[in-house]
Design a binder for this molecule. Structure first.
Ligand code: TYD
Length: 209
């Protein structure tokens, strides 16, 4: 799909600091006079936030993996139609905390539904939209989980065991390595917030003018 805006997604395992960094990037871009929108998945619209509540609530431990796959996609289909695609068409910079690659990693690779099937669903949900840039905030699993614990905001997937989070990290690293569209940049998120912020800005500044 042809768009005029610029889509940046933030990806990575738990505790990589995506949420902090996305706000910092928004502020920098806004200072440059860009029209910026910040979103998160699952969520970002009234309907998608309701789906988020169902899919991430620790109360719903009994959710089937297939239901999980489809709920993440349902939330995605809604946010792309309601906000992402119209914003890109209007020339805005759209920053999303997780998008299609989270489904590839968590549901496709780690849960085992397969990358191809999930990408087909992603294409339906996003109307075949790929990010212009994907920043992988790569943090070692132990520190990531510790940060998450300290923030006190663990969701249903955070409660999976360490081997789950190890698989998530490796799957992301592999996707970035296999990247044929050259849209992935790996950021070392083990560093301080300011250092990560500077590393992100170095990448984004060159791409957005
Ligand atoms: P969130 O609280 O937003 O966590 P984080 O700060 O790590 O982004 O929770 C999002 C969770 O949902 C996270 O554990 C990853 C998972 N997820 C999927 O499994 N598939 C998806 O397609 C998306 C968007 C998220």
């Amino acid at each position: 799909m042809l768009t005029k805006g610029f889509l940046i997604t933030f990806e990575g395992g738990e505790g990589g600091g995506k949420t902090t960094q996305i706000v910092r990037l928004r502020d920098k871009l806004t200072k440059l006079g860009k029209d910026v929108i910040v979103l998160r998945e699952p969520g970002g619209t009234v309907i998608s936030e309701q789906i988020r509540e169902v899919v991430l609530s620790a109360k719903n431990a009994g959710i089937a993996y297939t239901t999980e796959v489809l709920l993440f996609q349902a939330a995605r289909a809604q946010i792309y139609r309601e906000i992402v695609l119209p914003s890109l068409k209007a020339g805005k910079v759209v920053l999303i905390d997780r998008s299609r690659d989270s489904s590839v990693v968590y549901q496709g690779i780690v849960r085992g539904f397969g990358k191809d099937l999930i990408e087909q669903l992603n294409d339906i949900s996003t109307k075949e939209t790929y990010p212009d840039l994907t920043l992988l905030l790569d943090v070692n699993v132990k520190d990531g989980l510790k940060r998450r614990e300290e923030s006190g905001s663990a969701n249903r997937l955070d409660m999976e065991d360490t081997s789950f989070h190890d698989k998530v990290r490796k799957a992301y690293q592999q996707l970035a390595k296999d990247d044929k569209k050259k849209r992935w940049v790996v950021i070392d998120a083990n560093k301080t917030i300011d250092e990560v912020d500077a590393a992100i800005w170095q990448v984004v500044e060159k791409k957005i003018n």
